[in-house]
Design a protein around this ligand. Structure first.
Ligand code: UFG
Length: 344
């Protein structure tokens, strides 16, 4: 049945893809976003509130006045390198704002939360496939902030919070109907950077070619953003089915379980766009673990997680999205009704 969901960070990359998915399922979708890295054009509902996740003046009354079935929380700063340079910014934004959100949810009696976590909480586990039971040793401030929030969620079980942390591997691709896709002012991710390099006729930089991996470049597990969106829906459904007022915390690793090297990804892009892309071998990028590939058996078992998109489909949709971005996106929703401006 239809649910009323507050999507915090719904103007961002994964958050907007989740909104597209929720809307397709007929749910009542509300978006809260401060637009610090998200885009108003990616807000797919007219129910939009502009504020930070932990803003008491705005978020508490919002939670109290709507009977939300649950909250999905995507709002975070998520660049590993930037987190090394500005750890305090990451802590305040990712941990403190989320802590405030959790407090307000409990206060308002909204007790279901699906949280965006990351494989970065594992650090460099040196394991062929990463399952949920491996030790969590983040090697950068970004990963530390996400692990800290997972701990807050676990602690809040005794206060009746029902939450699930979804640990994404490398989110990639665009929503197939092109309502949502990757749009970062400062683009650091491999697939969009490779697409841009090809469009500009410049070389794609390959950060590190002497790792102990088959071709010397880093291996990652790319998972389509709409497959992640569907997993959020499944996680929320699982929370809806729990006994009321009984606290819960669960965590799932979400990936394709396939590893691709940086060179293999560039090869895949060449195949999709039908053009050679020249490459430049560069030094390693700080904070990059050599191999991160998921074991997602638990999500398959308990959330019926079943990725539909392979690497080719990821690259194809990302390419289609780049064409759309180039033409310019018009704001998806023109109504400014319900929009609140944060006075802080
Ligand atoms: N890479 C290049 N050239 C580029 C961009 C990236 O060689 O122009 C390499 C990176 O060094 C890395 C791989 O491609 O080896 C993937 O890099 P991305 O930046 O696309 O993704 P990351 O694996 O660094 O980061 C992602 C998310 C983070 C998350 C992390 C978990 O963006 O939020 O996965 O490891 F924390």
């Amino acid at each position: 049945s239809a649910q009323k969901i507050l999507v915090v960070g719904g103007a961002g990359y994964v958050g907007s893809a989740a909104c597209a998915w929720l809307l397709d399922q007929g749910h009542d979708v509300w978006v809260l976003d401060d637009l610090s890295t998200g885009h108003r054009e990616l807000v797919l509902t007219e129910n939009f509130v502009k504020a930070r996740a932990g803003d008491r003046k705005i978020v508490l009354p919002l939670l109290k006045s709507h009977a939300f079935d649950g909250v999905m929380h995507f709002a975070a700063k998520s660049l590993v390198e930037e987190s090394v340079q500005k750890p305090e910014l990451y802590w305040e934004n990712n941990v403190e704002q989320t802590q405030a959100l959790i407090e307000m949810m409990i206060e308002a009696g909204v007790k279901r939360l699906v949280f965006s976590s990351t494989c970065a909480i594992f650090g460099d586990p040196k394991s062929a496939k990463i399952d949920e039971n491996l030790p969590k040793n983040p090697i950068n401030p970004y990963g530390k902030t996400k692990l800290e929030v997972e701990k807050l969620l676990e602690t809040a079980v005794t206060r009746g919070l029902q939450s699930i942390a979804l640990r994404y591997f490398n989110a990639a691709g665009a929503e197939p109907k092109l309502r949502a896709g990757e749009w970062h002012v400062k683009e650091t991710h491999l697939i969009p950077r490779t697409l841009k390099a090809s469009a500009l006729g410049s070389r794609v930089e390959i950060f590190g070619h002497d790792y102990s991996t088959p071709d010397g470049t880093c291996v990652r597990d790319y998972i389509h953003v709409s497959d992640l969106a569907a997993a959020h829906g499944a996680a929320m459904n699982k929370l809806q089915n729990l006994e009321k007022d009984k606290g819960f915390f669960g965590a799932y690793n979400l990936g394709s379980e396939n590893g691709y090297s940086v060179r293999q990804v560039v090869d895949a892009v060449e195949k999709v766009i039908g053009k050679k892309i020249s490459r430049a071998d560069m030094p390693r990028r700080a904070g990059d673990p050599p191999v991160l590939v998921s074991n997602s058996e638990k999500a398959k078992r308990e959330l019926a997680f079943k990725p539909k998109h392979d690497l080719n489909s990821i690259v194809q949709t990302a390419w289609d999205w780049e064409q759309k971005l180039k033409k310019g996106i018009r704001r998806a929703v023109f109504l400014d009704r319900d929009e609140t401006i944060n006075e802080d």
